[in-house]
Design a protein around this ligand. Structure first.
Ligand SMILES: [Mg+2]
Length: 356
């Protein structure tokens, strides 16, 4: 399939569709952790199918994912770098947490942000949290790949994903999820073959992240101790799909409908909560991207309408999909009146300008 070279339209679409995927997967709290993909598909049919859905207030708000993704994106869009940028982003996470009415932020995000002291020396650091394995860092980090989309910017991408990720998720299973979400978005912009993305994550980005953490004198021992799960589970997944060498064809189960996907996604997870953790939210997003190709409806069926953390898997998948395909083939009602549409599109444009 031929794809247009990446343009500002793709960056704008990436931010916008990530928000749309979040709102659609969330359905005002009804579909996040609904626990049954088949039940969601039934309700979707009763609503007239994806094409009939107008994702707008009051019934389809964006959730915590988009509020915090916007915080990262607008922080990076200031063009600040280094510690100044980290304080900027930390400040925006603090502000973002004031906009969480009805949006269901996760426990590690609430705890981590409450410990941030932007503007104070070292105020973007929080104490190590052995429970900080959730997907809260991953779900807000795709835009880091829009700020640093080029292969020679990998070190910056990893450094920013690690440091902003551990503002709330200091456990590597949490912050490596931020690396994965940022990396896949950058790979989409590079038009890198999708069957190589997982390999790039564990062979290229994770070793850089480990080296970076070892040089930062913060929670080095704890991070080393807790390191392996993320990479081991990703290796397991790539073996399962037959793409551990980066080459297809992708191996799929014979039947892989909503019921089978619920079971499969649970098997990706840390404790049976599909998509809840830093490793498996991007994993489900990747699985959906691999299976859906350019088909928006199929992407949503796989990434947004399942029994797990459906808004967080969708926010990641839809951002990458927007970079690849723009809004082509997406029903206008799915995004035309989306909450925060202006901010999403504007940050996409600003990140494109900064990186091109
Ligand atoms: Mg959410």
């Amino acid at each position: 399939m031929s794809r247009a070279p990446v343009s500002v339209d793709h960056f704008r679409a990436a931010m916008l569709l990530s928000g749309a995927g979040d709102a659609l997967g969330y359905r005002n709290q009804l579909w996040e952790y609904n626990e049954s993909g088949p039940a969601i598909h039934q309700e979707l049919q009763e609503l007239g199918g994806l094409k009939s859905i107008r994702a707008e207030l009051p019934d389809w708000p964006v959730s915590d994912d988009t509020v915090l993704h916007l915080a990262t994106a607008e922080g990076l869009a200031t063009g600040k770098v280094g510690e100044e940028m980290l304080h900027e982003v930390a400040g925006r996470y603090v502000e973002g947490m004031k906009d969480m009415e009805g949006r269901k932020p996760g426990p590690s995000s609430i705890l981590g942000v409450s410990q941030l002291r932007p503007g104070e020396e070292g105020g973007y650091r929080v104490p190590y949290n052995p429970e900080g394995t959730g997907c809260g860092a991953a779900m807000r980090s795709m835009c880091i790949g829009l700020r640093y989309p080029k292969p020679d910017q990998l070190l910056s991408l990893v450094a920013v994903a690690v440091e902003t990720g551990r503002m709330t998720h200091p456990h590597p299973t949490g912050f490596l999820g931020a690396v994965a979400a940022a990396l896949f978005t950058a790979y989409a912009a590079q038009r890198r073959p999708i069957t190589t993305w997982g390999l790039g994550l564990i062979n290229e980005a994770c070793p850089i992240a480990r080296n970076f953490v070892q040089g930062r004198e913060y929670a080095v021992e704890e991070t080393e101790r807790d390191w392996d799960y993320f990479c081991d589970k990703w290796q397991w997944y790539l073996d399962l799909r037959g793409i551990s060498t980066g080459v297809g064809p992708v191996v799929w189960p014979e039947a892989y409908g909503p019921a089978e996907r619920d079971e499969a996604y649970k098997s990706f997870s840390l404790k049976g909560w599909a998509g809840r953790s830093g490793h498996d939210a991007p994993m489900i997003a990747y699985d959906a991207l691999l299976g859906a190709g350019a088909d928006w409806e199929e992407l949503m069926n796989r990434a947004a309408f399942h029994g797990g953390d459906s808004d967080s898997t969708a926010v990641i998948a839809c951002c990458c999909w927007g970079v690849l395909y723009g809004t082509k083939g997406v029903p206008e009602g799915n995004y035309a009146k989306l909450e925060y549409r202006d901010r999403l599109e504007k940050s996409g444009e600003q990140l494109y300008a900064l990186s091109h």
